[in-house]
Design a protein around this ligand. Structure first.
Ligand SMILES: CC(=O)N[C@H]1[C@@H](OP(=O)(O)OP(=O)(O)OC[C@H]2O[C@@H](n3ccc(=O)[nH]c3=O)[C@H](O)[C@@H]2O)O[C@H](CO)[C@@H](O)[C@@H]1O
Ligand SMILES: C=C(OP(=O)(O)O)C(=O)O
Length: 455
């Protein structure tokens, strides 16, 4: 059954499991979309509320499924979650955490990556934690060894179960630690922050990730009473305190969503104003966007994106902040299929994040993936063992195809490819997009995309 778009969009209905988008492409996307709080901050700030003795308020929380998963996990642990005093605000009351029963936790297995960040807060509050198997995008192995090594250094006892992990403090308070991460992992840095703030003594974290979302989490924790200093060369020092209070915080905007819509404007030769996007957190993206033939205008309340003539090839290396973020590359690759010449995207963060290009090739793109990366040429980022490279030769007209969404950003890029292609494509598995794109169908409609939802 084909549901008329307007009906399907009432209240920004997210795509449901089994929904297929019938997309008629070949026309520019034009209009305005607004981005709210970042998926990669909001979910972590929600976990931080567990550390406080009093109520926390988080503002600009995006209505995405990862937020729903974390909300449900907090509720399982006894946190009362309610609407705040403005749209998009959520209030977290952790006063009943100690008396909660969390037998239903297994039901949350495989839903998101955030459960691993419950370890420190739960160990501080309850002396024990059970963490179900993690979900998130399947873009490589995604081990959690840095997390578990760090937790052991704080004094936690870690037991791996056939599914999930059990942790305990063995009755003692967790203590500060000296931790050097083998790689500046975002999640492991957050793990250390969320654990060290209430550990006894000082923690020194070296080779920390310094993404803007991590800085925003540090701001949240400081509001709660934590003492955290950020020093040169990726060093973060945390002086543990006994108690923390709740916070009132407005989330940093979602720069990954903003970059996705910017690439959509580039790929379809359209013009999209992204309300809520800010320049500082997107400097690296904006440089690449401009080099690829994009034009942007930074305004008070957002950024306007469009093409500036012919698209040009670029060489991009994904990296940790302040490098070009890995979550930005997939939508950009779609635009690069329309650039005049040969682009190279080196994926250095994950070992399997170019699988989405298979569908683009099916649609007519000329993309060759080198699973072990390219050896030649001077590189800004040192090669990692897990590097892959995609060589994209354009411009190639894209044609319609039936495609299945593999993951969050790969899925977004498939939708954009279908909107760039001539003819009607069928894109299935689009419910994954609800993990990170709020009101996705409503926004597609707002920029003039021609599609139907088949439910
Ligand atoms: C919810 C969230 O915030 N997700 C973001 C977070 O993911 P996430 O926090 O999972 O990403 P990490 O920065 O931890 O991962 C980076 C690399 O480190 C490796 N690694 C990580 C932990 C570990 O214990 N062992 C290990 O080997 C990973 O396999 C990967 O190759 O940062 C990524 C990198 O900016 C983004 O793509 C994700 O959107
Ligand atoms: C990889 C991503 O998310 P997660 O870490 O939640 O899977 C992403 O947002 O692109």
């Amino acid at each position: 059954m084909t549901t008329p778009v307007r009906d399907a969009l009432a209240d920004g209905v997210p795509p449901l499991t089994g929904d297929v988008l019938a997309i008629r492409g070949g026309r520019p996307l034009r209009g305005r979309v607004d981005v709210k709080g970042a998926k990669n901050l909001a979910t972590k700030a929600m976990v931080a509320s567990l550390l406080g003795e009093t109520v926390s308020t988080l503002r600009d929380v995006p209505a995405i499924s990862d937020v729903a998963v974390v909300r449900s996990l907090l509720e399982v642990h006894g946190v009362r979650v309610s609407d705040g005093d403005e749209p998009g605000a959520l209030v977290f009351d952790p006063s009943d955490v100690e008396s909660a029963h969390f037998e239903e936790i297994d039901a949350h297995a495989g839903a998101s990556r955030i459960p691993i960040l419950f370890c420190g807060p739960l160990l501080h509050r309850l002396g024990q934690a059970f963490i179900p198997d993690l979900g998130g995008c399947r873009i490589g192995d995604r081990p959690i060894d840095f997390h578990l090594d760090a937790l052991r250094k704080f004094g936690a006892i870690v037991e791996k179960l056939p599914s999930g992990i059990r942790l305990s403090t063995g009755g003692a308070r967790l203590h500060g630690a000296n931790i050097h991460l083998p790689y500046p992992s975002v999640g492991a840095t957050e793990q250390v922050l969320l654990t060290a703030v209430r550990a006894e003594g000082t923690t020194e974290l070296r080779n920390a990730a310094i993404e803007p979302e991590i800085m925003d989490l540090i701001a949240v924790l400081q509001k709660m009473g934590a003492i955290i200093s950020y020093e040169p060369n990726r060093v973060i020092v945390i002086e543990g305190v006994e108690k923390l209070r709740g916070y009132d915080h407005r989330s940093i905007f979602d720069r990954n969503e903003a970059a996705s819509w910017a690439s959509a404007a580039l790929a379809t030769d359209g013009e999209i104003f992204v309300g809520g996007a800010k320049q500082q957190e997107m400097l690296t993206f904006l440089n690449v966007f401009r080099k690829a033939g994009g034009w942007f205008d930074i305004q008070e309340d957002g950024i306007l994106f469009r093409r500036d003539g012919e698209l040009k090839p670029v060489v991009v290396e994904t990296d940790v902040h302040p490098g070009f973020m890995t979550d930005w590359q997939q939508p950009l690759v779609v635009a690069l299929t329309q650039a005049n010449g040969r682009s190279v995207v080196h994926e250095t963060v994950y070992e399997n994040r170019l699988g989405f290009t298979d569908a683009l090739v099916k649609m007519g793109a000329d993309i060759v993936v080198h699973p072990r990366g390219l050896q030649d040429g001077p590189r800004r980022v040192p090669r990692r063992d897990l590097e892959q490279a995609a060589v994209i030769t354009g411009p190639t007209p894209l044609h319609a195809a039936d495609i299945v969404v593999p993951d969050l950003r790969g899925g977004y890029s498939h939708v954009i490819a279908a909107l760039t292609a001539e003819g009607e494509s069928r894109v299935s598995g689009v419910d994954i997009l609800s993990r990170g794109y709020e009101k996705f169908l409503t926004k597609l409609d707002a920029v003039g995309a021609d599609f139907d939802v088949i439910r």
